[in-house]
Design a protein around this ligand. Sequence first.
Ligand code: ATP
Ligand code: FE2
Length: 332
Amino acid sequence: MTAPRKKIVCLGLEGTAHTSGVGIVDSDCLILANEKHTFTTEEGGLIPRELADHHLEKFPGLIENALKKSKKEWKAIDCIAFSQEPGIGAPLTVTATAARTLALLHNKPLVGVNHCVAHIEIGKKMCSCKDPLVLYVSGGNSQIIGYESGRYRVYGETLDTGVGNLLDTFGRSLGIGFPAGPVIDKMYFEGKEYIDLPYSVKGMDLAFSGLLTAAKLKIEKVKKEDLAYSLMHTAFAMLLEVTERALAHTGKKELLITGGVAASKALQKMASEMCKEREVKLYICPQEVAQDNGVMVSWLGILMYKSGVTTTIEESKPNQRFRTDQQEVTWL
Ligand code: ATP
Ligand code: FE2
């Protein structure tokens, strides 16, 4: 009789930007804990120093709660994963330091993971899709991605800000605190009149700063619901134009939307219309694991660890600018 295969359990830390997240996941992707706390503001945006302080303050309690929820002790944890890149310098440093400390203290292997690839892998797993085109939309990122020959290839992307940042920055001008995306998403459905705004797609890439400037100049001149609706509609139409072309080019029959902005009802509505026309199956990553969280980090940690990848303490320095397509995919 063969012994049952031992499950691997990974504790993962997320902290690239606003969210301190601790996830505990096993190698069947059973979520044992998903503890998180997100930095928010009444008005104004994200300040790196404040994000670092936030993570410093929150990580100890979140780690303790995650272990309690999972009913696991340290001896049952096989590896520690952390989001090593890309992100904002100060919070990345706190996260890497916390992960290194845990690894050294409890004598566990460390796995540094790419935050963007973690968004993709948890989305694929949660939605049970096989080989999707991925629309990854969050605060800092907006990319149209597909797997091809050992890498997640970027077919198209924003040339300036991420679409979530666009919404948050525009929201800030309306006096809305961080995150403004969910508030703008509600306003979308209250808007009645489309206001003409710059639409900027360049080949397979796109740019949002002209759209942001033009929308800001119209504040006070038009109804804010109409402006929010028009800004969001224009930005999502741009993203979906590139997505549709990438679907045609790759012939992929699944579209996965992941990242924080995947929660947008407006985006889901527009994407579902496009997918219906193209006979493509649409998958939306569930919100609790689409917005920054430790579960996605643990899950990619498990995939990498099982493929033989670990990170030494010397290699564990965070990297603010690592791209999705630089990550070698060793686990597929
Ligand atoms: P990344 O490093 O991947 O860019 P991130 O730090 O931006 O991640 P996420 O949690 O992936 O973090 O995404 C946060 C973004 O999602 C914010 O810009 C927020 O406004 C936006 N967002 C959240 N919910 C909604 C919603 N319902 N509609 C639109 N945008 C939303
Ligand atoms: Fe993210």
